[in-house]
Write a protein that binds this ligand. Structure first.
Ligand code: FE2
Length: 281
């Protein structure tokens, strides 16, 4: 197991999106932390980094990556790790996260979060890659459960894989409740069974988001309000988890900031109510 420490965010946050930059720079957004997509700021200098530096002065920050490709059997790219480390050193985030997926092969980046087979072989690859990433950054990372549209038969469940991955590698988990709901509907598994298998003691952050209903599948679009079904699953998760930093992910069809902070208020209320019904681990 990699010897790394894991800092934790607290409270309720939002993804920092361009439409609301001014509120974050001025420190007027009523959130406890912010999250940004790491790759948008993995640059040497310029206005985006200047904006992030100003916002970081006002809020604890999560760096959330989309293309580390932790499941890649090619191993991690040295140039990517070096640029991420440079950003981490500049911005000093509380949390650095990415997704349990693979995104490319032979230098080709698909820009999609592609699913892994949940096998022992894949677990070995993922844990070796996590060890390298955490050693490079000198800290534990969080890895997020993906939304999925296909699954590989005969393998372990996603929650079994996540638990084993966290235990072996020392990483934490970023639990996306919307992704659990989307995958559960698409693949026909029981979302409550998923929650019962999650090692909540290593869950460092929770994502909430919306999705759309396609002809045959739910699609994880992040362009809608959090739906009632996801709020209900969040309540179940937080009854098991206790207080875990929670944020709303909204990446498209961005509303006014107060619409998103109203969703945060719903999360605050559910978390407070769930605290009274805490399920013992
Ligand atoms: Fe997410």
């Amino acid at each position: 197991m990699t010897a790394t420490s894991m800092d934790r965010l607290t409270g309720f946050g939002l993804g920092m999106r361009r439409e609301h930059y001014r509120a974050y720079i001025e420190g007027t957004a009523p959130v406890d932390f912010i999250e940004v997509i790491s790759e948008n700021f993995m640059i040497d200098s310029g206005r985006p980094l200047d904006t992030l530096t100003k916002a970081r002065a006002n809020y604890p920050l999560a760096l959330h990556g989309v293309s580390m490709s932790i499941g890649s059997s090619d191993g991690l790219r040295s140039d990517y790790l070096a640029r991420l480390k440079q950003l981490v050193d500049i911005i000093e985030p509380t949390v650095v996260s990415d997704h349990l997926c693979w995104t490319g092969v032979d230098g080709f980046n698909s820009h999609d979060l592609l699913p892994l087979p949940y096998t022992e072989e894949a677990l070995d690859v993922v844990c070796a890659n996590i060890a390298r990433a955490q050693d490079t950054l000198g800290r534990a990372m969080l890895f997020e459960n993906p939304s999925s549209y296909i699954a590989f038969p005969g393998a372990m469940t996603e929650w079994e894989f996540l638990a084993e991955m966290a235990w072996r590698s020392g990483c934490g988990l970023l639990l996306d409740v919307n992704n659990i709901y989307v995958s559960a509907i698409n693949q026909g598994f029981d979302a409550q069974a998923y929650l019962a298998g999650v090692p909540f003691e290593v869950v460092g952050q929770i994502h909430l988001a919306g999705h759309v209903k396609g002809e045959h599948l739910l699609i994880d679009t992040h362009d809608q309000p959090v739906p009632d079904e996801v709020w209900a699953l969040y309540r179940s998760a937080i009854e098991r988890a206790g207080a875990v930093a929670t944020m709303i992910e909204r990446d498209d069809n961005i509303p006014e900031l107060d619409v998103l902070t109203a969703e945060i208020d719903v999360a605050r209320t559910i978390a407070a109510e769930a605290a009274a019904h805490r399920i013992a681990a």
